[in-house]
Design a protein around this ligand. Structure first.
Ligand code: ADP
Ligand code: ZN
Length: 710
């Protein structure tokens, strides 16, 4: 059986070997046994049922909660030459009838269904007439009422066990905790299922958490090192999402906003663009993410603190599904803690629920202030032991400087106490530094013993100290009092001098900005490889457009990278590249060989593609100068491409240039002055010398010309 599975893996999917426990899982399921699979995102869950589906006789039903995900998988299978279909609300009645015929004739190997549709009595009795080979229940944690993805329809999937007693079932999830696991087994009646628990480590993700200083600047520095890469930037509020997205666009980054406040069509459009185009940045609330299957998300950046490690793990896990280097970056500060605490306080649940949420937040904070390996700490939270520090997180790579903060911590706590436990950090720091301002004076705080005791220490250090005191539960924030600090029971031993306190020393912001990487995933490709890499990507994009699928469905980045590195020179060699199966070899092998064959002498990205890129940048609101930076060419080039795009009516003049109205009319008048043909740019250039770049004139002329042609 395993041998057959291996053959399917190579012939259909183009992969050489199974990852982790994939082989064992596939063998179990293909032989008709049940399985429960816990595997992290990107671990390769899909193959665990797709390969058995091809090995077993009959139809495999895949239950999946998300339409986008279904469509993506069907498109991927289609590219591989595997007959698959999805049945959801986007399928018309007519198409449904057609599909039913094909199902009856046994022409389909995999059918994707939403749970609510599967459990409809009509659907169930229809399926009972077919030869069902396997049920795969994806995102199985949705049965858990405790989890945030709970879907009541999942509860009804338990009846499959009785209705189809002889059909094996496989349930899969990337959610790690024990309680969810037991719930899945009980609710789906998977008592005989063999359990396959993989490590939840995501070794290709580099973790970095920095203190918030000037968050937007820090973000820009981080993104600046990752130009051209696709990534997600998470913010807590809708307002902030809009602001950050706008700011990024202004700074020349192709960014799109996504949150529940946007109209549904716009949201769907942005999501689609993120999936289909390369190098876009999605600025989003946590409304974005579930079911995003894009494999080459190179980074996930958090501008605000997630509310738990579960959320952090899940959100950062969207980076690097393809196994190539990826970054999880976060900036966090005391303000985040206040916001989240307020959210917990104002949430609906009972007190017990709030306490649980509070504990989860504490665990998240502990990771932020962690002085040992971040990965060890993160995995430990999920009951997994990583024996050695990972060597692939900020703490491992930069080392953590710690200092004995016992004495200053006492001073800081004492300042809280003496001022009446109701002031925020700003005021407390003023008191410690002996700043004689109005607020201090009106409260009479200049007469306190702690006034000015902290003069020897810079403001930043005091702020960092307060942040860490809160994170460690030695001080708490008063939520009604707008973040005033108060003491907790936990700080007593410290005040009494019974324990000492060792804290992280924050690195200087410029240091953190410069070395925001550690693993700049954008340096995936070395300088001399860049041209060919871009040519491969351009070809992939063209093919993706032709086939109406996202680029990564044609080939994932990892496959392109292997082509680049191994330089296959024949179809046979191309077939050995991981990810090139028989069908794709036949369809695309020659085209990609062509690109490689010419070696680096091949022209980079054909002009059409550059223009394509330029059009989307211009539409995103970038100025010619910003576009030039982005495309790594001169502004003059950008102007001539813009003029071409305008002439081809891919772009309006307004989209291309932001010209003041008067200036625009002046230029238009100059062109329209005479009779007959439009004058050439050189004829009127003298008139506008020093006023506007010549390129602007080309653009205006192109716009006028295309108007005339209509
Ligand atoms: P998950 O559903 O667990 O998040 P996927 O099934 O989407 O993960 O797989 C993630 C990526 O890994 C996909 O691009 C997939 O093609 C690739 N992959 C899976 N199994 C293998 C394998 N054995 N060898 C090479 N690539 C694999
Ligand atoms: Zn580490």
């Amino acid at each position: 059986m395993l041998e057959q599975a291996q053959r399917v893996l190579k012939d259909v999917f183009g992969y050489d070997s199974f990852r982790g426990s994939q082989g064992a899982i596939i063998e179990r399921v293909a032989r008709g046994g049940d399985a429960l699979v816990l595997m992290p995102t990107g671990g390769g869950k899909s193959l665990c049922y797709q390969v058995p589906a091809l090995l077993r006789d009959g139809l495999t039903i895949v239950v999946s909660p998300l339409i986008a995900l279904m469509d993506d998988q069907v498109a991927t299978l289609d590219e591989l030459g595997v007959p698959a279909a999805a049945l959801n609300s986007t399928v018309s009645p007519e198409q449904q009838r057609e599909l039913a015929v094909r199902l009856r004739q046994g022409e389909i190997k995999l059918l994707y269904l939403a749970p609510e549709r599967l459990v409809q009595p009509r659907m169930l009795s229809f399926l009972q007439q077919l030869n069902v080979a396997l049920f795969a229940i994806d995102e199985a944690h949705c049965v858990s009422q405790w989890g945030h993805d709970f879907r009541p329809e999942y509860l009804q999937l338990g009846q499959l066990a009785e209705l189809f007693p002889d059909v094996p079932r496989i349930a899969l999830t990337a959610t790690a905790d024990k309680r969810t696991r037991e719930e899945i087994v009980n609710r789906l009646a998977l008592h005989d299922a063999e359990r396959f628990l993989s490590s939840f480590d995501r070794p290709n993700i580099f973790y970095r958490i920095v203190p918030k200083e000037q968050p937007r600047k820090q973000l820009l520095a981080f993104l600046g090192e990752r130009k051209g890469d696709a990534g997600i930037v998470y913010c807590l509020s809708r307002k902030k999402v809009d602001e950050v997205a706008a700011q990024l666009v202004e700074q020349g980054f192709p960014a799109l906003p996504y949150h529940a406040g946007l109209p549904a069509e716009l949201r769907a459009f942005h999501q689609k663009r993120f999936l289909n185009e390369e190098g876009l940045i999605m600025v989003a609330t946590i409304a974005f993410g579930m079911g995003i299957d894009k494999s080459n998300v190179r980074y996930v950046a958090h501008l605000d603190l997630p509310k738990s490690l579960e959320a952090y793990y899940q959100e950062t896990g969207r980076a690097g599904r393809d196994g190539l280097p990826a970054d999880a970056w976060m900036a966090y500060g005391l303000q985040d803690v206040l916001m989240l605490k307020q959210m917990i306080q104002n949430s609906e649940g009972d007190e017990r629920h709030k306490r649980v949420e509070q504990h989860k937040l504490d665990a998240m904070l502990a990771l932020c202030e962690e002085i040992r390996c971040r990965r060890q700490a993160l995995l430990a939270y999920f009951d997994e032991t990583l024996p050695q520090p990972c060597g692939h997180c900020d703490n491992c790579v930069d080392g953590v400087l710690t200092w004995d903060a016992t004495e200053p911590a006492r001073q800081a706590l004492s300042a809280i106490y003496r001022t009446g436990q109701r002031y925020g950090v700003g005021h407390l720091v003023d008191v410690l530094l002996g700043r004689d301002n109005e607020k201090v004076r009106s409260a009479g705080h200049e007469r306190l013993a702690v006034f000015g005791v902290g003069k020897g220490r810079p403001e930043g250090e005091w702020r960092s100290l307060y942040r860490q005191l809160v994170a460690r539960g030695l001080a708490d924030m008063d939520l009604e009092g707008f973040g005033g600090l108060r003491l907790t029971d936990a700080c007593r031993p410290l005040l009494r001098g019974e324990i000492s306190l060792e804290l992280r020393r924050d690195l200087k912001p410029q240091v953190t900005a410069r070395s925001s990487g550690g693993s700049p995933a954008s340096q995936l490709v070395r300088g001399e490889e860049r041209e060919q890499w871009e040519a491969l990507r351009a070809l992939r994009r063209r093919l993706a457009e032709e086939h109406g699928v996202p680029p990564y469905v044609i080939f994932p980045d990892s496959t392109l990278l292997e082509m680049l590195r191994s330089q296959p020179q024949s179809l046979a060699e191309m077939g050995r590249v991981s990810g090139v199966g028989a069908r794709k070899l036949e369809r695309y092998g020659a085209a990609f060989l062509d690109v490689l064959g010419g070696g680096s002498a091949v022209a980079p990205a054909p002009v059409v593609d550059l223009r394509h890129e330029l059009v989307s940048l211009a539409r995103a609101g970038m100025t010619p100068a910003q576009i030039a930076g982005q495309l790594n060419c001169t502004e003059k080039n950008v102007y001539s491409l813009l003029a071409e795009a305008i002439a081809a009516q891919q772009l309006s003049l307004e989209q291309a240039l932001d010209l003041p109205f008067e200036l625009l009319s002046e230029i238009q008048d100059a062109f329209l002055d005479g009779e007959g043909e439009l004058p050439a740019v050189s004829d009127i250039a003298g008139q506008f010398q020093g006023k506007v770049p010549e390129g602007v004139l080309y653009c205006v002329r192109a716009a006028l010309q295309s108007e005339f042609e209509l």
